[in-house]
Design a protein around this ligand. Structure first.
Ligand SMILES: [Fe+2]
Length: 577
């Protein structure tokens, strides 16, 4: 049985294919069309899913979309009625959503087939149920507490659920305009980060600030009986687009979230690219602090309702790895399962698995143990791209390749590492990564000057051999998808100085040999040379979506000052070129 899952006409459009209950391929459209956070119809992703299983769209039995325009309609109408200026927009948006709801013509057109050939049944699933499904149905658990939170989706910002067997029972929803995600976005915009997806950057700025505004931001988002509430005076009305708009070309733009009240309270908003002041850092600090307070408050409330120690969690806010790292100390939950694509691209997987388990009542059999669900490329294809680019390269056996790359990294060089299937989700986890020495004090500046050109305050991440995590970090819960930030032990901070953030933390990737033998063995080769079981891992890209195909990796290698490129069994170095 083939089920195609879709996230479409929404940020991070994506497709996933579930074959007899297993997710066999999943990809965000941005990786294929190279438009970051692309929010149109994921035609290329659908085609890639079908190619991966050798099927045609006419072979697909079910198509599941992680969006339901009819969900929470009463709440939407209520909001529109209370904000009359927005009613016209609301009507227009519903008309547009109606047009996009009919998946059949879209798929027929996108794949150039006769609509009469399509025999699939169509399913639409509310946004946050799809989020929770993406976590729970990929987890190894038979029961768990389910939690989803983000800016908004189908007029909801937060959902709590009890997950058991095949079922997800919704216990609570928080409706817009109240949204922990919107609160975070609003403060990010106020301090000059106004692009969709900038929140992750600002999280890195927070530890540079101090507790100046925590009290004031507590007024902006208050706690109430196991719930939270925004003080809407600080926000512009969200409008019918729920704070975010997908433009005609598929790019995603954010509406301005902060109101004049913010300016009265904190002074002028920072313009993008203006100098970052102590005020901005202190606001970032307070924003993260308040976010965590509300998050833990909600999780403790969820535990009251579902007293299990397992938490299946998703939604864009579940990418807040700093909060995730603290939840074991601040809540009774002892284990988390957060699928690597916790944000909206994950809706494709959630909608497909929900159809399989909850709608079709098929038994659970799948666990997402790693993130390598994207495309891979043959050696022949890679070699032909290397030739086309006129690169000098050597072909190496497995161990000599690992030794050569580990040696390059050990002497301080920066290496592009392109291997196997591309990662699903926003993190590079050792198949589309740039790797470097984690213990050289100048490495952060080298990477920023030569390749990444990132904001000075953003940390780089460590990939650590699983069995060494406890020696280096103060928590031993694994973080396989780089979604937890933990304190680095005092004795190890110097050894990890290039990945040790200002607050002595690291957003680690726990690497086990089962999950990625080649990457694990690379770190092991590096460990043998340096005594450090950790490698610095940053995504393989330069201000663009992470590279997917060999020619994109080669292009990035050539236009940046990377020292070497290990692509499949081939090693190209700049000195040879
Ligand atoms: Fe979402």
């Amino acid at each position: 049985m083939l089920i195609l899952g879709l996230n479409m006409f929404h940020a991070d459009a994506s497709a996933a294919i579930v074959q007899d209950g297993e997710v066999v391929f999943a990809i965000a459209e941005e990786r294929l069309n190279r438009v970051k956070h692309f929010g149109g119809f994921p035609a290329l992703a659908v085609k890639a899913c079908l190619d991966a299983v050798g099927a045609k769209i006419s072979d697909v039995d079910h198509v599941a979309v992680g969006q339901d325009r009819d969900a929470n309609l009463a709440k939407k109408v209520q909001y529109a009625a209370a904000n009359p200026a927005k009613v016209l927009n609301f009507v227009r948006l519903r008309q547009r959503k109606h047009a996009m709801r009919d998946v059949r013509p879209l798929l027929a057109e996108g794949l150039e087939v006769d609509p009469a050939q399509l025999r699939f049944q169509e399913h639409h699933l509310e946004h946050h149920i799809a989020h929770i499904a993406s976590a729970y149905y990929c987890s190894p658990w038979e029961r768990a507490a389910g939690f989803s939170y983000d800016g908004s989706g189908d007029f909801v910002s937060t959902m709590m659920a009890r997950c058991e067997g095949n079922d997800i029972e919704i216990l609570d929803r928080v409706f817009l305009p109240h949204s922990l995600g919107s609160f975070y976005t609003m403060v990010c915009e106020f301090i000059g980060y106004r692009k969709y997806g900038d929140e992750g950057k600002v999280m890195g700025l927070a530890p540079y600030g101090k507790d100046t505004y925590c009290g004031q931001l507590a007024e902006v988002i208050g706690l109430k009986n196991g719930n939270f509430q925004l003080d809407l005076k600080y926000f512009k009305p969200l409008g019918s687009n729920e704070g975010m708009q997908v433009l005609a070309d598929g790019t995603v733009s954010l509406a301005r979230h902060f109101s004049e009240r913010m300016i009265r309270a904190f002074g002028p908003a920072r313009e993008p690219h203006a100098e970052i002041t102590q005020r901005d850092m202190d606001l970032a600090y307070a924003m993260q602090h308040r976010f965590e307070e509300v998050f833990f408050h909600l999780l403790n409330e969820l535990y009251e309702k579902v007293p299990l120690d397992k938490l299946a969690m998703a939604g864009g806010c579940a990418l807040n790895s700093v909060a995730n790292g603290k939840l074991f100390a601040r809540t009774p939950f002892r284990e988390t399962y957060i699928q690597p694509a916790a944000g909206d691209e994950g809706l494709a997987v959630g909608a497909a698995l929900h159809t399989y388990h909850s709608v079709l009542k098929q038994p659970r059999r799948y666990v997402m143990k790693n993130s390598y669900l994207g495309p891979e490329f043959s050696d022949a294809r890679i070699e032909s791209e290397l030739k086309k680019a006129n690169l000098m390269y050597r072909k190496l056996e497995r161990q000599p390749l690992l030794d050569a790359v580990a040696e390059q990294v050990a002497v301080g060089n920066v290496v592009g590492w392109f291997q196997g299937r591309m990662e699903w989700g926003p993190r590079a986890l050792g198949n589309r990564s740039i790797v470097a020495h984690p213990g050289r004090p100048d490495m952060k500046d080298i990477l920023n000057a030569r390749i990444k050109h990132r904001e000075w305050f953003r940390p780089f991440a460590p990939s650590i051999m699983a069995e060494h995590q406890n020696e280096y970090f103060e928590h031993d819960q694994p973080s396989p998808f780089m979604l937890h930030v933990y304190k680095i032990r005092p004795g190890k901070r110097a050894q990890l100085c290039a990945v040790n953030h200002v607050d002595d933390t690291g957003r680690l990737q726990t690497v086990s040999r089962d999950e990625n033998p080649l990457y694990y063995d690379l770190i092991k080769s590096f460990h043998r040379r340096t005594g450090i079981p950790v490698i610095l891992n940053t995504s393989f890209n330069e201000n663009e979506p992470i590279v997917c195909a060999p020619h994109e990796a080669i292009d990035c290698f050539q236009r940046t000052r990377m020292d070497a490129l290990a692509i499949g069994p081939y090693l190209a170095t700049k000195s040879e070129n």
